[in-house]
Design a protein around this ligand. Structure first.
Ligand code: RIB
Ligand code: CA
Length: 310
């Protein structure tokens, strides 16, 4: 399965990239980064370091948009100053890949459209790059078979406002543009990712498995630990972004339902909320599958098994 990964590393983005790059089922054509958890120059550098750590220096990493289409710049709160927690990964020795993330998305997706071989686009951060690509080259929609996005929040409520999830809030207009583009979207919202809790017992299980990058991955996850038992029901931080990659690998670990989803762009209290119509109230056609059930033990078995392969 040929995929593009657009991300804002970010600790959980890093774990998602390590999962993808350790999975032979996936051909990662490129990693396109975007400003989000930390500024663009930092997500770019972090993306390069994670790909190098994965032992896959041949996978190109590109720098992307510096901020949202419109509206205030929002940064992450849980990935530390550098964006990868306290763990400073070694620098990458790979040559710096030419091309802005938007140009690279357009090039791959137009080629895929031309070849009649559409690609799965995974987004793990704000959707700015993809939205700009759509505005510049609407024909890229024919190069995508689906978009799988860690984005949004429904019954779970938001993590940056009472109603908005970070990736959507950080560029709400971009998220709405992607939801309107006509390509089927699979959403991994907080309703799903709050079930992917890296509890102390699970992290201890990871550490016990050994492997070249295991200890560093466990350190990254431990740093990232948001540990909010009152909110999540038990200790440990939610590993949001790896759920997107796990969905590609083992969709049977997930459950979801179709909906029409739109982003609130004018609400004083609800700006950035993903509003899901699951029962046809609006009469608008479904544009998304909203994932809301996770086999968490199965997810962590998959994730730990792949992380400890190298
Ligand atoms: O709200 C969680 C999302 O915001 C994750 O993708 C995290 O990396 C941040 O980008
Ligand atoms: Ca992210």
């Amino acid at each position: 399965m040929r995929i593009l990964i657009d991300c804002d590393p970010g600790v959980d983005d890093a774990i998602a990239l390590l999962l993808a790059l350790a999975s032979p089922e996936l051909e990662v054509l490129a990693v396109t980064t975007v400003a989000g958890n930390v500024p663009a120059e930092r997500t770019f550098e972090n993306g390069r370091r994670v790909v190098a750590l994965a032992g896959r220096p041949e996978v190109p990493v590109h720098r992307g948009c510096e901020g949202p289409l419109l509206g205030p710049v929002l940064r992450g709160k849980y990935s530390g100053e550098g964006g990868l927690g306290g763990s400073l990964l070694p620098e990458s020795a790979a040559p710096v890949a030419a091309g802005h993330s938007v140009d690279v998305l357009i090039a791959h997706l137009l080629a895929a459209a031309e070849a009649g071989a559409p690609i799965t686009v995974c987004t793990l951060g704000p959707l700015t790059n993809l939205a700009v690509a759509l505005a510049r080259e609407p024909g890229i929609v024919r190069g995508m078979d689906r978009i799988v996005a860690m984005a949004g929040a429904f019954a779970a409520g938001g993590n940056r406002t009472p109603s908005a999830e970070f990736n959507v809030l950080a560029d709400a207009h971009a998220a709405e543009m992607v939801l309107r583009c006509g390509v089927p979207v699979v959403l991994a919202p907080l309703d799903l990712t709050f079930q992917a809790l890296a509890t102390p017992a699970r992290v201890a299980d990871l550490r016990a498995r050994g492997g070249r990058i295991t200890s560093l991955a466990a350190d990254l996850i431990t740093f990232y630990d948001r540990n909010d038992p009152a909110r999540y029901g038990e200790p440990g931080g939610p590993l949001h972004d790896p759920t997107v990659i796990a969905y590609l690998l083992r969709p049977e670990l997930f459950g979801g339902r179709p909906a029409h989803v739109a982003v609130e762009l004018t609400g004083q209290h609800s700006f950035g909320q993903t509003v899901g119509d699951f029962f046809g109230t609006t009469g608008k056609p479904h544009n998304a599958t909203v994932l809301n059930r996770l086999d968490a033990p199965g997810f962590f078995d998959l994730l730990w098994e792949r992380l400890t392969r190298s």
